[in-house]
Design a protein around this ligand. Sequence first.
Ligand SMILES: Nc1ncnc2c1ncn2[C@@H]1O[C@H](COP(=O)(O)OP(=O)(O)OP(=O)(O)O)[C@@H](O)[C@H]1O
Ligand SMILES: [Mg+2]
Length: 198
Amino acid sequence: MFVTFEGLDGSGKTTQAELLAEALRGEGHSVIATREPGGTPLGEEVRRLLLEGMEMSAWAEAALFAAARAELVERVIARALEAGHDVVSDRYVDSSLAYQGHARDLGIDEVYELNRVATRGLLPDVTFVLEVDPDTSAARVGKSPDRIEREGRDFRQRVLDGYRIVARKYPNRVLLLDGTRPAAELHEEIRGRLREHL
Ligand SMILES: Nc1ncnc2c1ncn2[C@@H]1O[C@H](COP(=O)(O)OP(=O)(O)OP(=O)(O)O)[C@@H](O)[C@H]1O
Ligand SMILES: [Mg+2]
């Protein structure tokens, strides 16, 4: 099973990914947890460029995310799934569709095409989008935002709109959840949805 968490910065992705990985391990599953961008030596270098580096054109940004993702799929995710592990990823393809495709206006279908090639078409079984409004996102992220987090409120609103479009486009895979609910309650809902789904 391949599960991903998506949403704005501070929406609770890492919190829920960790709770899910822990719960699955507690049931005897072997779980590989990954995060994007990053998760491989090359990916961590690309992460640094993307989050701390210089300004860049939108397609360069999309291509760097896709490069890190290609490496992660090839070296970690596909191997783990083939070996029968579960994979829980903190962000994946849908981040690019929402941020670069919609918010940066490159086109969701165009950015999907780049990523389809880079990931050899590997999509999650289930994706949870944790919806929080742009102000909640900013409040949770706090004082030291990275290059993309420094984008303003309008940008975060466009990302949120992007995730909603993606959820409508892939209704069987992508589930929207209210990220302002208590973390423990969200975790229970996620467990329930996964049981239904599989
Ligand atoms: N359901 C929740 N309700 C209230 N606060 C939460 C909830 N989930 C997480 N938080 C808090 O919000 C902050 C951000 O959570 P978390 O790091 O899980 O988000 P994230 O989506 O991984 O953020 P980032 O994109 O910056 O990595 C943390 O301080 C966390 O404790
Ligand atoms: Mg996080």
